[in-house]
Every structure is written in C-alpha cells, then in structure tokens.
Design a protein around this ligand. Structure first.
Ligand SMILES: Cc1ncc(COP(=O)(O)O)c(C=O)c1O
Length: 131
C-alpha cells in the first residue's frame, strides 16, 4: 500500500448504519425525505438562517452559491491553489475568472497574507476552502 497523507477521512462513528438502513426500509433513498428535512432545518439553525436547501453534492452547492451571489462575466473570484477542480469549474462556468492564491505550507489553506495583492475592482468573492 502506498504511503500518502490523506486530505480528509470520513467520520463514521455515529448512527450512519442505522440511518442508512432506515432510508432503505422506508424507501426514502432519493429526492426528499425526513432526513433531508432534518438536515436542512438543522443546518439553517446552525447558520442562523430561516431556510436551508440541501443539494446532491459539493459541486452542486458551489454552483448554487455562485448563482446566488450573481457571479458572472467580468467578475473575479479569489480561491486557493490547493482545492478540488469543482471550485474553479463553477467560476469558469459562470463566465467569471478564477484568481489563484498560493496555499500556506503549514495549514494547506489559502495563504491569507497573499489575498490583498490579488484584490481588484473586479473581485466579487473570495472562496475560502477549509482543508
Ligand atoms: C473543497 C471541495 N469543494 C467541492 C468538492 C466537490 O464535492 P462533490 O465531490 O461532492 O461534488 C469537494 C470534494 O471533495 C471539495 O473537497
């Protein structure tokens, strides 16, 4: 087995198996269901918002965020060099320009000391990825 440093590992030490079995037993395996509603409500409460909307994956969430912020042609979005391609793809798909900032060698996150030099009048957002 190859040696590598994992970026993250799944945390499955709770009720995941039981909840998964409940989804299969009740037939709620797609689109809507009690777990989706619970997640949306809990997430909204955690964020201090009235509503939370669940989507199928991180890529779809980024797509929705870019659209909700009205990011489009002529806009620039600052983001770290070390992230998944989905982050850049949603910016490019909206017609905006990704502006990369190098990553901090200790945290692997966006090097905040370099952000200011990348800000222009066209900067619409800073996409902070927490590794
Ligand atoms: C920072 C980040 N953004 C977006 C994604 C895309 O998420 P998904 O694979 O669920 O579409 C990932 C996936 O690992 C991610 O790590």
């Amino acid at each position: 087995m190859a040696d590598f440093i994992p970026v993250n590992e799944p945390l499955l030490d709770g009720n995941e198996k039981r909840y998964l079995a409940e989804c299969i037993d009740t037939g709620w395996i797609s689109s809507e269901g009690p777990f989706v509603q619970r997640f949306e409500q809990a997430f909204a409460a955690r964020m201090g918002r009235k509503h939370g909307i669940a989507v199928t994956n991180g890529t779809a969430a980024l797509d929705a965020a870019v659209a909700a912020l009205g990011i489009g042609p002529g806009d620039e979005v600052i983001l770290p060099t070390f992230t998944i391609i989905s982050c850049i793809l949603q910016i490019v798909r909206a017609g905006a320009t990704p502006v990369l900032v190098d990553s901090d060698p200790l945290t692997w996150n966006l090097d905040v000391t370099q952000i200011e030099t990348k800000i222009t009048p066209r900067t619409k957002a800073i996409l902070v990825v927490h590794l």
